[in-house]
Design a protein around this ligand. Sequence first.
Ligand SMILES: C[S@@+](CC[C@H](N)C(=O)[O-])C[C@H]1O[C@@H](n2cnc3c(N)ncnc32)[C@H](O)[C@@H]1O
Length: 217
Amino acid sequence: MTAHEWDLTYQRGDPVWDEPPTAPLARLLARHAPPPADVIDVGCGLGSTARWLAERGYRVTGCDFSSRAIALARARTPEALTVRFTTADVTHVPPRLGPFPVALERGVLHSLPQMTDRRHFVAAMARICLPGGLWIHVGASAPTVKTELSQVRGPSRMAEPTFLTLITPHFTVLEIDYAPFGSRSATWQARYAVLRRHTSPGPLTPRLATRPARRSL
Ligand SMILES: C[S@@+](CC[C@H](N)C(=O)[O-])C[C@H]1O[C@@H](n2cnc3c(N)ncnc32)[C@H](O)[C@@H]1O
């Protein structure tokens, strides 16, 4: 979807996915990136996650290419809360955006149905993260490659092998697990992953990833 199509989505009212982090994401943040970490919320939508982070003492930048979403996010953020909101396409990251030690991304990768766009997005995440920095990802999962679903509207569901092939050129998995996406909207299982950006440029061709560590969320 284009930025304009996302603007129209937000014009129709609050989307079902808009809610602050649920327990699985909160636990990952506490374990891997406690406050006052400097976090960018990539594709922050209406800013619920960004505000939740700021309330807990994180230094927060919220970025979205939908100017409508950013206008609403700003309007909903109390003056006492410091969140830097900015309208930008993360696949063309302007130098003022980062790099960051922690990039949080919930529901952006899974909004891209095409592999080429997903690869561009992952490369952009690698530019946004400092070398050795973390990408905390939440996105719709499929149990097997055969049950994957590439949707133009609604979340594309990716199985673990597809996800690992995508991220391996730039990131190493620290932790990965599965839990419902949210408390209201989620009829699908989400992948919760903590990825560390390689400290040197990735290989030109993705190598096969080894199975990452699992923990109970
Ligand atoms: C499913 S929504 C998730 C919003 C938010 N992360 C949340 O969990 O509530 C996906 C968001 O990603 C944004 N987005 C998609 N592609 C983007 C891009 N290339 N640059 C910046 N934002 C993007 C959309 O505008 C939309 O707000």
